[in-house]
Design a binder for this molecule. Structure first.
Ligand SMILES: [Zn+2]
Length: 178
């Protein structure tokens, strides 16, 4: 798989890692791509092999059944130190959190998935100003700077996600103002 500049979050549900890998959206639509982190591109590839020999309808049913993301390996290999980073929480907890957020700020429901991931990475919630975004960005960068964290790979990856998050929210705010 081709390496890409890190401009996207992984598209796996609730995964806020930087996505350095792309994969065709489906067997029948290889023109459009999804972006994934290293762990989830591996899952994607495993799933792709698994789907060999199924009819398009069967594949669609399998995808709808969400088996890809419910596999046990979902929980493995997540070494982020922060509590709410990546896929460490189980789906039920995430659902509960989602419900809480819904009651706190109903309009956030309508935000694109990418923006929701971005504000979680930044530990922010809307509404925010560009100044607040910049402040949060500096805080996160300071906290996860490789020098502070002894060059830990996890910290480096978080910094990449923080950078993506900053660009995503900045862009979103730009659109929101007009
Ligand atoms: Zn991922």
């Amino acid at each position: 798989m081709e390496e890409l500049p890190l401009d996207h979050f992984c598209e796996a549900p609730h995964c806020m890692r930087p996505a350095g890998h792309k994969a065709p959206k489906s067997r029948t639509n290889i023109e459009e791509y999804s972006w994934f982190c290293e762990e989830h591109i591996r899952e994607y590839n495993a799933h792709w092999d698994y789907l060999k020999g199924l009819s398009p309808k069967e594949i669609e049913e399998e995808i709808r059944a969400d088996i890809l993301w419910r596999r046990p390996s979902w929980h493995k290999g997540n070494t982020f130190k922060t509590g709410d980073f990546g896929g460490r929480e189980d789906v039920f907890e995430l659902f509960q959190k989602h419900e809480e957020k819904r009651s706190q700020a109903k309009y956030q429901e309508t935000l694109p998935e990418e923006v929701l991931k971005a504000i979680q990475v930044m530990k922010l919630s809307f509404p925010i100003t560009i100044e607040e975004l910049k402040r949060a960005y500096k805080e996160q960068v300071k906290k996860y700077h490789p020098d502070v964290n002894g060059g830990a790979k996890e910290a480096e990856e978080i910094i990449k996600s923080v950078n993506i998050a900053f660009r995503v929210i900045e862009k979103f705010l730009g659109h929101a103002r007009s």
